[in-house]
Design a protein around this ligand. Structure first.
Ligand code: BEZ
Ligand code: FE
Length: 643
């Protein structure tokens, strides 16, 4: 029987790529006109920039927030708020600044808006940890909840990799402890798993590309979810240890979370393995503790308390304080086991393993396989973890018979055998599964206004002849004549001079020259043109027709069995290159083609539909250098600037 209590919390959340733009609106809603800005000294400049739209309502800036929220600093800031007659607080920063904001709000009763710049999550909790005389005490009270939290994804872009990882591991700790908290509820369960999944995919991306806005978005959403968990449930051993190590021994907050979490998790996993199973499933590892250790280490987090400044002889004392006044925890704590746990964390060793889980079972398959991998290349490790996780999940859903598994192996074998120097059946497989278009979409996110890309296809040939503008690329005069024209522009609408425009198309029977060697002239329906100062291009070709992708191999047979046709709607291929711009690989399509809504390789995009018009006017034909009716196809391309 499920039993739980759930009290939603009243903090308003505004989340977005540029959410600080909402600050004036929020100040207006709350009727604020005398705001005291809070930040650390290091983020003083950033805080002022992020809140510049509030300048007319700002009465002061206290920029002396420090770690662990010492009461002396909070008293000082509260005095300043009173002296200035402030009617609100806006905190811009990480956990230290949010903590200061809460402490001042508690002392003054002022409303509080928080703009988090890290993943600490404190903004979503009614919790305040303050230090006085070397001891950290925590207080939980609904009045500590900020009125509004503004999550601005762009603001987190400047977070250095080390802080990103430390702060995210801090947030992850909230999610992990929420999974086994006695007062957890279905909402925190969902948020915790969602947050761990988002961090699992976003963090490896951010380590390689800290500026990646999509990964920043995922990480900040995860942080919100983690903070919400922390605000809903009580904390256990992990948080207690971090509070002792931070409050009493001065260890850095976020890094301490990364070093302790695997050990605290492994300790609790002995009694609640089923509650922690999602951690290992998501991160990949033989156990939740091992998974967290591997994950944090792969991200480059410092994993030894030794390197974070804890003297070895402090371990016993830390264990004593942590167990004297322990937080509620699923597994009972005693000083000796906690000293053992801290000893491993001090040395940076992996956590003590739970029961020997070294044998493969249907249930732990993913963990066992991913735990075995120790790729020196971080990206390879991440890729293989993801592939293993999803492949095992598919196999578990499908439950193939041995025969079906063998058929799959034979299909892949035949696909391999169908490949040679001029035929790539695996690319074709990727095409018909939509994978090629997905990879293209991920790698070609264009600024608004720029032309969209699509698949290259297997029929591009290097070294096609460079032709005079207006030349006819159809060398055998077969097909309905077509004049193609348009402009190459930049995103500001300015013509691009000297763009190299490489075009190729199938003939009116649907074949490329390379598919009909001997039947079509070499380089038939291919040409390279260069735009002039006005960005214009024009050439002659033939009206393209739909054609089947090569369907006489295993991929063609698969399509048939899936009830799918192999056709691509009529199109023209382009590769457009110009200095200072991203190369554009794309097509234009005939919108009236019967297969326009069912391209076998999913390459059609609305923005790539061109205008094909039949022109019967004799003068127009003459002007185009043609002797009778022809198709006029017009399309402009907009190039995105080089990243
Ligand atoms: C093509 O348009 O040339 C093409 C693209 C993908 C698969 C086969 C052909
Ligand atoms: Fe094609």
């Amino acid at each position: 029987m499920t039993e739980f209590e759930y009290s939603p919390q009243p903090t308003r959340v505004v989340f977005g790529a540029d959410a600080t733009a909402a600050l004036p609106r929020e100040a207006e809603r709350l009727g604020l006109s005398r705001i005291l800005l809070l930040s650390t000294p290091g983020q003083s400049e950033l805080a002022r920039r992020a809140t510049r739209d509030l300048d007319s309502r700002m009465v002061g800036h206290f920029d002396e927030a420090v770690m662990h929220t010492p009461v002396t600093v909070s008293d000082q800031a509260a005095d300043q708020a009173r002296d200035l007659g402030a009617d609100a607080l806006v905190s811009v920063g990480g956990g230290s600044t949010t903590g200061l904001g809460k402490a001042v709000a508690r002392r003054t009763g002022l409303p509080h808006i928080v703009v988090p710049t890290t993943y600490a999550g404190s903004e979503m909790t009614p919790i305040l940890g303050e230090t006085e005389g070397g001891r950290k005490t925590t207080l939980r009270d609904a009045s500590l909840l900020p009125q509004t939290v503004i999550y601005d994804v762009a603001l987190t872009r400047s977070l250095p990799v080390g802080v990103t990882v430390g702060s995210a591991m801090n947030a992850m700790a909230h999610a992990v402890e929420a999974l086994y908290a006695a007062d957890r509820n279905p909402v925190t369960d969902m948020l915790a798993v969602d947050a761990i999944e988002r961090f699992a995919s976003a963090l490896p991306v951010l380590v390689a590309d800290p500026d990646n806005l999509d990964a920043r978005d995922a990480a900040l959403r995860a942080a919100w979810a983690c903070g919400t968990c922390l605000g809903q449930v009580s904390m256990g051993l992990h948080h207690k240890l971090c509070h002792v190590l931070g409050g009493t021994f001065g260890l850095p907050h976020a890094e301490t979370h990364a070093a302790i979490l695997p050990h605290a998790t492994a300790f609790n996993e002995q009694v609640v393995p089923e509650l922690l199973a999602p951690v290992a499933e998501t991160l990949g590892g033989a156990s939740a503790g091992a998974a967290l250790h591997g994950f944090a280490a792969r991200l480059g987090a410092p994993m030894a308390l030794r390197t974070l400044g804890l003297p070895k002889d402090a371990i016993d004392e830390a264990a004593r304080i942590a167990t004297e006044n322990a937080y509620a925890n699923p597994r009972a704590v005693d000083k000796d086991s906690i000293a053992g746990l801290l000893g491993r964390a001090w040395a940076g060793d992996p956590p003590a393993s739970t029961a020997d889980e070294g044998y493969f079972t249907e249930r732990n398959s993913t963990r066992i396989v991913t735990a075995r991998n120790e790729a020196a290349n971080v990206r390879l490790g991440h890729v293989m973890d993801a592939v293993t996780r999803h492949l095992h999940a598919a196999v578990k859903e499908i439950e193939p018979t041995q025969d079906e598994w063998m058929q799959a192996i034979q299909f892949l074998t035949k696909t391999g055998h169908a490949c040679n120097d001029w035929r790539q059946e695996f690319i074709l497989l990727s095409d018909v599964l939509g994978v090629s278009m997905l990879v293209d979409a991920i790698n070609n996110r264009k600024p608004t206004g720029a032309s969209e890309s699509t698949v290259l296809g297997p029929f591009h040939v290097d070294g096609a002849p460079e032709l005079e503008m207006g030349a006819d690329i159809c060398l055998d005069q077969k097909g309905e004549p077509m004049l193609v024209r348009g402009r190459i522009l930049d995103t500001a609408g300015k013509p691009v001079d000297g763009a190299k425009i490489d075009v190729w198309q199938a003939n009116d029977e649907g074949f490329y020259d390379v598919q009909q060697k001997g039947l079509q002239p070499e380089f038939n329906l291919r040409g390279v043109f260069r735009s002039g100062e006005d960005g214009r291009y024009w050439f002659r070709g033939v009206k393209p027709k739909y054609y089947p992708i090569p369907d006489d191999g295993p991929v063609g047979r698969l399509l048939q069995k899936l009830g799918r046709h192999p056709y691509r709607p009529a199109h023209l291929h382009y590769i457009i290159e110009a200095a200072g711009y991203q190369t554009l690989i794309t097509h234009i399509f005939d919108p009236d083609d019967p297969y326009i809504h069912s391209d076998a390789v999913f390459g059609v995009k609305q923005s790539l539909l061109a205008n094909f018009r039949l022109i019967e006017d004799a003068d127009a034909a003459e002007q185009a250098g043609l002797s009778g009716p022809f198709y006029l196809t017009e399309h402009d391309f907009v190039l995105a600037p080089t990243r």
